[in-house]
Design a protein around this ligand. Structure first.
Ligand code: MG
Length: 141
């Protein structure tokens, strides 16, 4: 069971949506509007157990965040799920290569997110290659 989630997205509406979608989890949700703010929060708050990461954001996008998070060892400590946009498969592949544990494409059903979070949080040995999510079709590249 996850107790504290960092949601990284540049849309305040998306932050509200996650609060609704995660309502039954009784977890605390911390909001960051871009990758830099997410890094700042992670540097201060050491009890964050999961990161839900948008890719397309101003200031610092999700891929740059993943590069920095990997460089300072965050990706090996805290599971990160990429919430990607349809048609941006290359970003997802890059994020998984940098250590994201899984990904979802927008739009998704709440149950899709619940299943993925439960798998990521209960995985005794969570793989660093995102194998909990099916890889994007090779044809997409
Ligand atoms: Mg965005």
């Amino acid at each position: 069971m996850v107790k504290k989630i960092l949601v990284v997205d540049d849309s305040a509406l998306i932050h509200q949506m996650y609060r609704l979608v995660m309502n039954g989890y009784k977890c605390e949700i911390v909001d960051a509007m871009d990758g830099q703010e997410a890094l700042d929060i992670l540097a201060r708050q050491h009890d964050i157990q999961l990161v839900l990461l948008d890719i397309n954001m101003p200031v610092m996008n999700g891929i740059r965040f993943m590069e920095k998070a990997a460089a300072i060892g965050i990706t090996s400590k805290i599971p990160i799920i990429i919430i990607s946009t349809e048609g941006k498969e290359a970003d997802t592949v890059r994020g998984l290569a940098l250590g994201a544990r899984g990904y979802l494409k927008k739009p998704f059903q709440p149950s899709d997110l619940h299943v993925l979070i439960d798998k990521v949080m209960t995985g005794a040995a969570v793989p660093a290659n995102g194998e909990y999510a099916s890889p994007p079709a090779a044809a997409a590249f």
